[in-house]
Ligand binder design. Structure first.
Ligand SMILES: *[C@@H]1O[C@H](CO)[C@@H](O)[C@H](O)[C@H]1NC(C)=O
Ligand SMILES: *[C@@H]1O[C@H](CO)[C@@H](O)[C@H](O)[C@H]1NC(C)=O
Ligand SMILES: *[C@@H]1O[C@H](CO)[C@@H](O)[C@H](O)[C@H]1NC(C)=O
Length: 190
């Protein structure tokens, strides 16, 4: 709060040597360029085929990480979004894995143990690999391919798939700093 006020004071006094007034204060959320807000985080689908490690590197190059899933609400919102953003794409790398000889799965991007694991039926087939994709079943009809909900499936980390990167929502507080005829906006990370 103190630094917020200082920014407003500095802006106004620099320009006019005047007193200021905080006219309104509002919290806004933003996602990085090309990311979309989904549930309470920012997601980006990359359709190029890469293995788990390359996909992880790509997300990191965007100051992001591969997808993690923390609860059913988030899982459902992601599954409502995927058919819109990538209608015919059945599989995506997540950050989930049990690399390093652990028997538990971890979300590599958050470092958290994966507690909520929405498996596909018959999964996890732990001998199939160490990394997790979100995978849908594809039903072919004469007219189109119909995708089921995407659920977690074990896959060898060196195989290829598209991937989903996640970045945290950026939360700002905006303040309008007024004199009688002009206002200034300051964005301050919360
Ligand atoms: C956003 O996506 C466009 C089109 O793919 C790309 O050219 C641009 O570099 C991306 N911007 C960032 C900041 O990644
Ligand atoms: C995909 O199909 C298999 C076999 O019918 C089924 O066991 C599994 O639950 C399905 N997965 C999804 C995500 O619907
Ligand atoms: C308010 O700001 C404007 C600049 O946009 C300036 O011209 C004006 O003198 C200021 N008024 C007061 C009362 O400070």
């Amino acid at each position: 709060m103190l630094s917020t006020k200082l920014v407003c004071i500095a802006l106004v006094s620099l320009a006019f040597g005047q007193v200021y007034l905080v006219a309104s204060e509002e919290t806004i959320t933003l996602c990085p360029t090309n990311f979309t807000q989904v549930a309470d985080k920012c997601l980006l689908v990359d359709g190029s085929w890469k293995n788990f490690y390359e996909s992880d590197r790509h997300c990191r190059s965007l100051n992001a990480g591969l997808l993690s899933i923390s609860n059913p609400t988030e899982f459902n919102v992601i599954n409502e979004w995927l058919p819109i953003i990538a209608p015919y794409q059945p599989e995506f790398w997540t950050s989930g894995n049990k690399l390093g000889g652990t028997s538990d799965y971890y979300w590599q991007s958050t470092g958290q143990k994966a507690v909520y694991l929405p498996w596909s039926a018959g999964q996890p087939t732990t001998t199939a690999g160490d990394c997790l994709t979100l995978m849908a079943n594809v039903t072919m009809t004469p007219e189109e391919a119909i995708l089921s909900v995407h659920r977690l499936t074990v896959k060898p980390c060196t195989q290829w798939a598209p991937h989903i990167c996640q970045a945290p929502l950026e939360i700002f507080k905006t303040q309008l700093c007024l004199n009688t005829t002009a206002f200034f906006e300051a964005k301050i990370p919360v």
